[in-house]
Design a protein around this ligand. Structure first.
Ligand code: CTP
Ligand code: CA
Length: 222
């Protein structure tokens, strides 16, 4: 029904979406990751496709069917996601970073399984590249950049800081403390933060949240 009902207002536009978690290897059997299921990013990719866009979905490991008629690029680590996004960035009219990218990775990746030893242990970590910030620093004219923000406190203030610091057009802010929002749920409660506006949406399905985000992007790309 949605296919018939929705306006094809992204026809001719290229939209790249990132989704899911990244996995940062420690050794051949272990990794650091997070609880992202990829649902929000997959909803965005599907809805952008239904609205006529040529969609690329760069996705970390998730248990979801790749959306039909979407160019799906599977990756594992933050570094792979960075390469997959940045190598395609200049041709995109819009990029929406819904992935939960690991901020740190193990400094050394052991080639053999690490054996346990007596006593405590520590893992040296190093920062990964910030994909959204790199996209913001290298954006082309008239390219719409949208990020997400996961916060457990000071949601609006922290999200607005990310909007400015990463040089993007919109941040979709989630409060993880709210029921019906965040990881694994089919619904979300978000606030859409742009330079001069702020819109708090009620609880709605991730498909509907995706449509509201794409409304703003489609209007801005016209
Ligand atoms: N992001 C990214 N690359 C990273 C880290 C984050 O592209 N290495 C993107 C996410 O996809 C999201 C946005 O940046 O769209 C904000 O992610 P978030 O984790 O909320 O913010 P951080 O800037 O990583 O700050 P912190 O985790 O310290 O709150
Ligand atoms: Ca982060």
């Amino acid at each position: 029904l949605r296919v018939i009902a929705c306006e094809k207002d992204l026809t001719g536009k290229k939209v790249l979406v990132t989704a899911g978690p990244t996995r940062e290897a420690l050794d051949p059997v272990r990794y650091i990751s997070n609880h992202s299921t990829g649902k929000m990013g997959y909803s965005l990719a599907k809805m952008a496709m239904l609205r006529g866009a040529e969609v690329t979905l760069v996705t970390g490991p998730v248990n979801l069917e790749p959306p039909r008629f979407v160019n799906t690029v599977p990756v594992h680590s933050a570094e792979e996601m960075y390469e997959a996004v940045m190598s395609r960035a200049t041709e995109q009219d819009a990029m929406i970073m819904a992935a939960a990218v690991a901020d740190y990775r193990p400094k050394n990746v052991a080639s053999e399984k690490i054996k346990k030893m007596e006593g405590d242990a520590a893992i040296p970590l190093e920062r990964t590249k910030d994909i959204l910030a790199s996209a913001g620093a290298n954006r082309r004219e008239n390219q719409f950049l949208c990020g997400f923000s996961m916060e457990t406190e000071n949601m609006l203030e922290n999200s607005r800081k990310k909007l400015i610091k990463k040089n993007v057009d919109m941040i979709v802010a989630n409060n993880l403390r709210q029921e019906g929002a965040g990881f694994g749920t089919d619904t979300n409660i978000v606030t859409l933060i742009q330079r001069n506006t702020e819109e708090a949406l009620p609880q709605m399905s991730k498909d509907d949240v995706a449509m509201r985000i794409l409304d703003i992007i489609a209007r801005s790309l016209k």
